[in-house]
Design a protein. Structure first.
Length: 467
């Protein structure tokens, strides 16, 4: 079985109960024509106009073959091989959530694309600009250009959903046109799905297929409760296990877009966490594996100020239980970056409340970005100083060593030889890097021999590259 990222993007029971069709220990048949004709059509009419098709395209050029060989030789991976002029395209769905023309969709629908068009249910088409991308939730926000007379779908409360609630999925599967499917909420708080950093998905058996990605999951009040994102499948088609990002997380992303932020700013804890397995649970005196274990605390941050210690187990965020780091990240992110939030912490066998300050990760030291243009293996890379904000943004561990690759030009030497965003350059030609000023000084020396020490995801290695 595998997770397939889609290239896309409680009424029946309630009605039956209301009509007397479900009774304890009995069966019944419809007693009138009206009961036979019960339908989801009114909800679909009120909501389908807000669900759109998203078309994204991009032209690509083949990378230099020699640089691809560097990639394979030094990093053990093959670089992309794209014929000249090849056009890449993506098809998905989206939801209009604001009369100003804001559309929320999946990031993977528009990822690496440079042209985006949106087609409405009434066949009007608009160009769209990308307002915000958030790969960590796999969500993105678009803005329609010169659009008017729009139908908007209101966000519902995904936190109020229960397993068994009826839902509708609306999207454009396989590009056949707008399609509505019906099912139930099969499960909540699904983590370990392998789709995004903030995994806390709604699972549904409403049919979702490639092209549905970014489409709407709607409750029986006609409110948007999820953004359809992925399916679990053997073949790439629907088998009744679909996943949607909850509307509560979509609201966080949407708020950032409305505030003019190009990125989603999340609260920072300042601690490293890991899941609690059976062995750890037994050592903590827990009856079952639950919560997250604090494995280290940053020496300056909300965690240490609140009194969190290594070995503490965080069991809940503001009363909401958490079973793993994904669940903690989701619950903590929903609290925003202002004020405080209570954590329930297990320490020495006792549960204690701890108030943690909600704040964004600090930019200390300043990034001082340096874009390398001098002829070297780092040419085309933008390097920045490490800080909690950079570590959070790039999802790397905070380290006092080196500088971080924050960005790469698409067809640059640095990208071709295998550098990645998030790589920490620890040393160049045996000289350790303390800041981006050291990078400027070293690359200006030039030369044909470059010994690079790199920290990638905790694995430190040294390689020699030609210029």
């Amino acid at each position: 079985m595998r997770i397939t990222i889609l290239r896309l993007a409680s009424v029946v029971a309630g009605l039956f109960l209301a009509c007397g069709l479900v009774q304890a220990q009995t069966r019944a048949v419809p007693e009138s024509k009206a009961q036979v004709q019960l339908s989801f059509a009114p909800i679909v009419r009120e909501t389908s106009g807000a669900v759109v098709n998203v078309y994204a395209t991009r032209s690509e050029r083949r990378q230099n073959a020699g640089m691809e060989e560097f990639f394979r030789r030094f990093f053990g991976e093959g670089g992309p091989s794209v014929p000249p002029g090849r056009s890449q395209s993506s098809l998905g769905s989206g939801v209009i959530v604001d009369l100003a023309g804001l559309v929320i969709t999946n990031n993977h629908v528009i990822e690496n694309m440079n042209e985006v068009k949106v087609a409405l249910a009434d066949r009007r088409e608009f160009e769209a600009e990308i307002v915000l991308r958030d790969p960590r939730t796999d969500l993105a926000v678009l803005k329609l250009k010169n659009a008017s007379d729009l139908q908007v779908l209101q966000l519902g409360d995904s936190e109020a959903l229960q397993v068994g609630d009826l839902v509708l999925a609306i999207g454009n599967p396989f590009g056949v046109g707008q399609t509505v499917t019906q099912g139930i909420v099969s499960a909540l708080a699904r983590t370990q799905v392998g789709v995004s950093d903030y995994q806390f998905f709604i699972q549904t058996d409403a049919a979702i297929n490639p092209g549905n990605s970014g489409g709407a999951l709607i409750d029986m009040n006609g409110r948007l409760v999820g953004i359809n994102t992925a399916i679990f499948s053997r073949s790439g088609g629907n088998i009744g296990i679909g996943f949607a990002v909850p509307s509560s997380m979509a609201q966080v992303v949407l708020n950032s877009a409305r505030n003019g932020s190009p990125n989603v700013v999340r609260p920072w804890l300042g601690a490293r966490l890991q899941s609690v397995d059976g062995e750890i649970a037994a050592s903590l005196g827990l009856p079952r594996p639950t919560g997250v274990l604090v494995t280290s605390v940053y020496d300056k941050g909300p965690a240490i100020e609140a009194g969190l210690k290594r070995g503490d187990a965080i069991l809940a965020v503001d009363g909401q239980p958490v079973d793993n780091p994904d669940a903690f990240g989701y619950r903590f992110t929903l609290k925003g970056t202002h004020g405080q939030t209570p954590l329930t912490v297990l320490r020495s066998g006792k549960q204690i409340p701890i108030q943690v300050k909600l704040m964004p990760p600090p930019e200390t030291p300043a990034r001082n970005p340096v874009r390398v243009s001098t002829r070297s293996p780092l040419s085309g890379a933008t390097l920045v100083n490490m800080s909690p904000a950079v570590a959070e943004e790039l999802q790397v561990d905070i380290s006092d060593d080196g500088v971080v690759v924050a960005d790469l030009d698409e067809n640059s030497v640095a990208a071709s030889v295998g550098f990645r965003k998030g790589d920490q350059i620890v040393a160049v030609n045996g000289e350790r890097l303390a800041s981006t000023k050291d990078v400027e000084r070293l690359v200006q020396r030039g030369g044909g021999y470059w010994e690079m020490t790199i920290n990638r995801g905790g694995r430190v290695f040294t390689t020699v590259l030609g210029r």
